[in-house]
Design a protein around this ligand. Structure first.
Ligand code: SF4
Length: 957
């Protein structure tokens, strides 16, 4: 706020002048500067954006706006924006293009894609980056008929999603949240400052104000770890071991919530013991297929889902037919009481002292059981039992990519969920809570589609490409047991790859493994730079030609709003709008903005008109679909069914009455979740600040997995298929089915060279194993762990080209513990080579104390290729910023057999954080700039000149 100038009389009272009028209009929409989906109000003057503020009424951010969100204005006026469709006119990578009209661009794409669809739809690989319209893009792929679709979850945090959905029917972050209002202890693992940025900051603030203890388990002490009461600088990849030691302690001291486990988990379910048999490790079932438990009162096997049984929990039993079985909880106790999980056994490997592990376990137990939280709120459970109060275990947990992006991340995340269940801290007051519309358990209807009989030339597939397999028979394999998808998701290499494996697509397409493709269609995925492992190798694959002189990946179509590094490798570029120039939808069919208090979704509306010849990608996709005559995108007469994406948002019905948006449905707009399309729906959203939210009644806000009123409401709104109890899965039978296949049982079995891998890693109880790269390399030669994280003010590569955000960071350093650096003879600002078994990167170091001494780390996605993003060729991002990706291998070291992607063996999650390195001194003759270096990318035609100075509002000077 400007102050009255000082030149006025000193005696006059200081006055504050009112703020200048910022603009002449304000439009609400949803931020897209990260994945947080906060509500924003955009202030405009003369049609130009002057200021962005947080929407105080919005359920996600309550008016809070971060640096990224504020800097959206500079994203809008970035000189890196593409301005026109482009057709490649030089060799790939040259960035030589011919500007073309949209009609030529769409006709070209239609001709390429139409030929593929008529011959073999699998030859289209359609993958997107941090796409928030996956309900559309996945549906489009299904209509096209290709199983080769996914977004970026395979290299982001699919381990979190898969472990959560299979264990709890929800997950951290997008499908769950801490009970910030009631938690009395908060434990977080591997959480950086990017995902869910504003909600976590708001939540942590609440915890701090209430004096709640915050413990952060993270190799790096930045951001949230820096404000935690206790930072545990764990060694990367050992979180699972640490958690299982906590489990050991809780079991040893008998500090678990047995009543919760009996009522809400499969702890009492009987597991068959029949070593070598085809049913070993499966649940005991009766002739009707009902799972059995052993009732102590009747001393016999009963339906495990009957209410009020008194199950036997710890001993083996013999069933009436002679089969032997043991409760799942007994298996769990037997395993984790083993001394190998004792704090003393794991302390050195984790880098956390045994007394600290024991103390944390004691604090968790003390909070859960001595400080239980009772809400004076009656509720009725699934069996009709009335509860006068809601009793909570106020231990709340949160975890994110730091534990996920390891080759043991799935089991690590399962271990955390196991810990939550043992404490009774799942959707109870004070604990972790489901975000509506979750819980949603895996069901047969959610299987992935793409088995050979699902893929027919010229036809849509009968379902979605991504889904949740329940056993080996759900894998996508051809008749020879080979992967049916180009990324090998849902194959024996990654059976539960529920988000696909974007990081493997380019290599597999280049190799023609498992088959060649014709066209790679990418949307906002910077795959030739920061979204690739082995970046230099990936660039070679994109430009490699076969003996016939043709590119091994014949065609690449790419859509992006900006001149990212990937643009140079496209044959056809479809320029997208910015997020402020289009309609968009954050849908319940995808990943909505719901909270534990109720379901919610949101839209984006165009707040400014594009001043370039660009189109929203979602409009383009629907246009292409109509040109290709994809059945759901044309009318019976063959004309386009939808005018554009806005029209689709209103009129599309995935199932009768269920469309992309849940609010204001029905002809009059008075229905929620289920109802006929409402022509005024978008207008109603705009009038409400571009979001819709429903508040659950108080009696439905906890115990959602077992709360009758909630389950009935969720079924009525189409969130779940029927209102039955959702049982938490301590013991995951789905994994055992894969293991049995590996042992030679059932009609679908892995090839011989994959049997051992499946048998080892498909353990129905969480396990810990050394990350693959660490286990395979010479650890003495590569003694350090190397990890990355994004800085709070940046997200992916698009944030680090932003004129405001670049002023916060435009160079990244490699952070090294000062004791470790001293031992190696390095000082602050020295230049070093970071050497892995894959390659090496030259960069400058900065000494710090807040890092695990065996770990080095850096900010991700700041390093840029010279010339890209309309930055000067000698911009600090190119000359002194660096990408650790160059040193990360996309495949496991050669001694691993068979050759597999550098990924989690259960989910295919890219194991970015398994990297091991050593530091080498840079010789005096080597220039003090980062390496490797690639040729400077010239700007494609139509890019506007970059101004030397950009002012607020994007005005140039
Ligand atoms: S956290 Fe920041 S960048 Fe992310 S959506 Fe919210 S305001 Fe935008």
């Amino acid at each position: 706020m400007p102050l009255i100038p000082r030149s006025r009389s000193r005696r006059s009272k200081p006055e504050a002048a009112a703020s200048e009028r910022i603009g002449d209009s304000v439009a609400a929409t949803t931020c897209y500067m990260c994945a947080g989906r906060c509500g924003i109000n955009v202030h405009l003057k003369d049609g130009r954006i002057r200021y962005i503020e947080g929407n105080r009424a919005h359920p996600v951010n309550r008016g809070v706006l971060c640096a990224k969100g504020s800097a959206g204005i500079m994203q809008q006026y970035s000189p890196a924006r593409l301005t026109k469709p482009l057709l490649r006119a030089g060799p790939r990578g040259s960035s030589e293009f011919r500007p073309i009209e949209w009609e030529e661009a769409l006709a070209t794409a239609t001709a390429w894609l139409g030929a593929i669809r008529a011959r073999d739809p699998r030859r289209l690989a359609f993958f997107t980056g941090r796409d928030q319209s996956q309900a559309l893009t996945g549906w489009w792929a299904s209509q096209f008929g290709t199983p080769n679709f996914a977004a970026h979850g395979g290299f982001c945090s699919v381990n979190m999603a898969a472990a959560g959905l299979y264990s709890l029917a929800g997950s951290f972050w997008e499908f769950g949240e801490p009970d910030w209002e009631h938690a009395r202890y908060f434990l977080m693992f591997g959480v950086a400052e990017d995902h869910d940025s504003n909600p976590i900051k708001i939540g942590l603030n609440k915890l701090r104000r209430r004096g709640v203890k915050i413990v952060s388990v993270n190799p790096v002490r930045t951001g949230y770890s820096a404000i935690a009461d206790e930072w545990l600088g764990i060694r990367p990849g050992t979180d699972g071991l640490f958690v299982l030691a906590l489990v050991h302690e809780l079991l040893r001291r008998q500090r678990v919530d047995l009543e919760f486990l009996v009522r809400y988990s499969n702890a009492p379910w009987l597991v068959l013991r029949n070593a070598g048999g085809g049913d070993d490790g499966l649940f005991a079932r009766d002739e009707e297929g009902r799972v059995l438990a052993w009732d102590r009162r009747s001393n016999g096997a009963v339906d495990a889902l009957l209410p009020d049984i008194q199950p036997q929990l710890f001993s083996e039993v013999t069933l009436a037919d002679g089969r032997r079985a043991v409760p799942a909880l007994a298996l769990l106790v037997e395993r984790y009481l083993d001394p190998q999980y004792a704090p003393e056994s794991v302390a050195e490997r984790c880098g956390i002292a045994a007394p600290v592990i024991r103390r944390i376990a004691a604090e968790l137990a003390e909070t859960a059981f001595e400080r239980e939280l009772v809400l004076d709120q009656p509720w009725i459970d699934w069996a009709g039992r009335r509860h006068a109060t809601m009793i909570g275990r106020p231990v709340s947990m949160h975890a994110m990519r730091g534990i996920s992006a390891h080759s043991n991340g799935f089991h690590t995340c399962r271990a955390i969920h196991l810990l939550q269940m043992l404490l009774g801290a799942v959707d109870t007051p004070g604990s972790w809570r489901y975000k509506s519309p979750y819980p949603r358990p895996p069901t047969p209807a959610m299987k992935p589609t793409g088995q050979p009989h699902h893929v027919v030339p010229g036809q849509p597939m009968p379902g979605a490409p991504l889904g949740l397999p329940l056993g080996p028979e759900d894998l996508l394999l051809d008749a020879d047991n080979r992967p049916q998808r180009i990324d090998k998701a849902f194959s024996w290499e990654a059976p539960l790859a529920i988000h696909g494996m974007l990081q493997t697509v380019i290599r597999n397409a280049w190799k023609g493994d498992p088959y060649p493709i014709d066209t790679l269609f990418l949307y906002m995925a910077n795959m030739s730079w920061n979204s690739a492992m082995n970046t230099a190798g990936t660039i070679d694959m994109l430009t490699d030609r076969g003996a016939d002189g043709e590119y091994k990946i014949p065609r690449i179509i790419y859509s992006d709003a900006y001149f990212s590094e990937m643009v140079a490798y496209a044959d056809l570029v479809l320029p997208d709008t910015t997020y402020l120039e289009r309609w968009d939808c954050i849908s319940l069919l995808d990943r909505p903005i719901g909270s534990a208090e109720g379901p919610a979704d949101a839209i984006r509306q165009p707040v400014v008109a594009p001043d370039r010849d660009v189109r929203p990608f979602q409009d383009v996709l629907l246009d292409l679909g109509a040109r290709l005559k994809l059945p759901a995108m044309v009318t019976q007469s063959g004309s386009p069914r939808y005018r554009d994406y806005a029209d689709y948002l209103v009129r599309h019905e995935r199932r009768p009455g269920i469309g992309p948006l849940a609010g204001w449905r029905g002809a009059n707009g008075d229905a929620i979740a289920v109802g006929a399309p409402n022509p005024q729906q978008l207008q109603r959203y705009v009038e409400n600040g571009c979001f819709w939210q429903e508040h659950l009644p108080a009696e439905q806000r906890y115990f959602k997995h077992a709360n009758r009123a909630y389950l009935e409401g969720a079924a009525a709104m189409g969130f779940i298929d029927r209102p039955r109890q959702i049982v938490l899965q301590l013991y995951l039978e789905t994994l055992q089915k894969f293991r049995l296949a590996a042992e030679g049982h059932g009609p679908v079995q892995p090839p011989d060279d994959m049997r051992q891998r499946i048998a080892t890693y498909f353990d129905p109880l969480p396990i810990w194993y050394m990350p693959f790269e660490e286990a395979a390399i010479d650890r003495a030669a590569y003694p350090l762990h190397a990890v990355t994280q994004r800085p709070m003010p940046m997200y992916h590569s698009w944030g680090s080209q932003n004129a405001w955000l670049r002023q916060i960071y435009n160079q990244n350093r490699l952070y090294v513990h000062r004791d470790r650096a001293a031992g190696l003879g390095f000082g602050d600002d020295d230049w070093v080579w970071v050497v892995s078994h894959q390659g090496r990167v030259k960069c400058q170091i900065r000494l710090v104390s807040g890092v695990n001494p065996d770990t080095v780390w850096t900010w991700n996605a700041i390093g840029k290729r010279a010339g890209a993003w309309r930055l000067a060729a000698d911009a600090p991002e190119a000359a002194r910023g660096f990408l650790l990706n160059h040193a990360i291998a996309e495949m496991l070291p050669a001694k691993q057999s068979p050759a597999c992607a550098n990924a989690d063996p259960v989910t295919g999650q890219g194991a970015w954080y398994d990297l091991r390195v050593r530091l080498e001194r840079v010789s005096a003759s080597e220039a003090a700039e980062t390496a490797p270096h690639f040729a400077t990318l010239p700007p494609p035609p139509g890019l506007r000149p970059a101004a030397a100075v950009l002012r607020r509002g994007g005005d140039r000077s």
